[in-house]
Design a protein around this ligand. Structure first.
Ligand code: ZN
Length: 503
């Protein structure tokens, strides 16, 4: 029985290969001991990339096992015996089935697909920081090039950088894909080819195979398994371990890291992208104030990553604008129903006036900060009074005076402490802290005793402010007093219970 005729000649990965029983576990073990990426390379990849590397490797394992089985079956069919088969060394067997260190396609598939993905993700990030005028797909024009890759690289596929086509035309386009993207920064190159009309590709292109081609910066799922990969994983019974890898690598909440912003635009971007609070805007605030709020939020969100009821952070000015716009629409509907005789224009004017007034009453100008938990989803969260926060020095002076007057808690004199106070409201709302009988007892004691001395004047106004003030003191006073400590400990205990119930 020879090996030659059984050598696999092509390796079509779209093929569904069932792997029910692992009959050559020793071969698999051997194979797994050789990670396609070195440990250092592997840990340099980001988590999503690592997850993808893992999924691709495991799928290739399954395919390899199937190849070994196929090979065995074939040699048995051709008169070989199992003993003949077992005489081969591991190396010979692995080489014959494409798993060998030198003759293997396995390593190439795993390595190339992962490395190419990493490379092309890197390119996308690079282009995002310095926008080229146009992008072009570059292929490797040889016998191994697939039909699709040839069709998009010869002649080269070129479109302007911002073109939506790049959302779905980002390599790799298949396993082992070697196609890359090139950025064109020089207008002369385009003019040299006869201008945009001749330079750019016009005809509609075929789309890559499902699951391939999505732009890594779209917030897309380039790192997810393709539908075909998922199907194969299920067949090979490795879908559970891949799911586990996904949980560990991708789904676990990440530690947030604070970064100082130089501009309000940067601070907004940090709040939206890093903190995940979409639609946030500190417009009207000084960047120092925005930084202090972002820093406070990083701390609080790291401690309570699952917090609910916080999806926005911003300035009163921004929140009021969004509040007014949303409220105008709901009021207009109501007015239309109540006053059918009036023109829409007239009713809209009235609705807007009413909405503006409601916004002013919600975001009262005397408040430093505020938690909004109403029915307008986009501003659910916390806001900072930009009238005060536009001048940090003056604002801090004001806070200091309030602390000296015992109106605010010890430690509450920074702008960040306002965010901590508002976050205290968010926690109260989320974990029903004010319903806790111990907290209610603490509040009764504050009212009966000298609450102003024990916490702060503001903290005695109602139980919710007591909780928020306590959280602000616990966060900012290096030696938090008894009231703040007791309330903070109840919050932490409630959170631990919540985690137990929800895990
Ligand atoms: Zn408050």
């Amino acid at each position: 029985m020879g090996i030659d005729h059984a050598l696999p000649t092509s390796h079509n990965f779209a093929e569904d290969i069932p792997v029910e029983v692992l009959s050559f576990e020793e071969a698999v073990k051997y194979m797994r001991s050789r990670l396609p990426l070195s440990a250092r390379e592997y840990y340099e990849l980001d988590d999503k990339m690592r997850y993808r590397a893992f999924a691709v490797s495991r799928l290739a394992d399954a395919d390899a096992v199937a190849q070994v089985k196929k090979y065995l079956q074939k040699s048995l069919d051709e008169g070989g015996t199992l003993d003949d088969f077992r005489k081969f060394t591991n190396e010979e067997l692995l080489d014959a089935t494409g798993l060998g260190q030198t003759a293997g396609w396995y390593w190439e598939t795993v390595y190339r697909t992962n490395v190419q993905t990493a490379y092309n993700v890197g390119r996308a990030i690079g282009f995002d920081s310095a926008h080229p005028i146009a992008l072009e797909l570059i292929g490797v024009n040889d016998l191994r090039q697939t039909e699709f890759c040839r069709s998009v690289t010869d002649p080269p596929f070129r479109r302007p950088y911002g073109d939506t086509v790049w959302e779905t035309m980002w390599p790799p386009f298949h396993f082992n894909c070697r196609t890359t993207v090139r950025g064109i920064y020089d207008q002369e190159e385009i003019d040299g080819e006869g201008g945009p009309d001749r330079f750019y590709t016009i005809a509609g292109q075929d789309a890559p195979e499902p699951g391939w081609g999505s732009n890594p910066l779209d917030g897309s799922d380039w790192w997810e398994m393709t539908p075909a990969m998922k199907k194969r994983a299920k067949k090979a019974k490795i879908d559970k371990e891949i799911k586990k890898a996904r949980e560990v690598l991708v789904e676990q909440p990440k530690k947030l890291e604070y970064r100082e912003s130089r501009t309000i635009a940067e601070a907004n971007k940090f709040a939206r992208n890093d903190l995940g609070l979409t639609g946030s805007s500190y417009s009207g605030c000084h960047v120092e104030a925005a930084n202090e709020w972002n820093r406070s939020l990083v701390k609080n969100l790291n401690q309570f990553p699952e917090v609910q009821g916080l999806r926005y952070v911003g300035s009163f000015a921004d929140a009021k604008k969004k509040y007014t716009a949303a409220r105008t629409e709901t009021l207009l509907e109501k007015l239309k129903a109540d006053y059918p005789g009036f023109s829409e224009e007239t009713l809209r004017k009235s609705a807007k006036k009413m909405a503006r007034k409601a916004a002013e009453q919600t975001y009262v100008s005397s408040a430093h900060g505020l938690m909004y938990y109403g029915d307008i989803d986009e501003i659910k969260g916390i806001a900072l009074n930009d009238r005060l926060a536009s001048n940090p020095e003056w604002h801090r002076m004001l806070r200091k005076r309030e602390v000296n007057n015992r109106y605010k808690v010890i430690g509450g004199d920074s702008i960040g402490a306002i965010a901590d106070h508002e976050f205290g409201h968010v926690l109260d709302n989320w974990l029903d802290i004010s319903d806790n009988s111990d907290v209610q007892r603490i509040f009764s004691k504050l009212k009966a005793d000298d609450g102003v001395e024990l916490l702060s004047g503001y903290g005695t106004s109602n139980i919710h402010e007591m909780i928020a003030e306590s959280w602000a003191e616990w966060r900012n006073n290096p030696v938090p007093r008894e009231t703040a400590t007791s309330v903070a400990e109840i919050i932490l205990r409630r959170y631990a219970e919540w985690k137990k119930q929800n895990s």
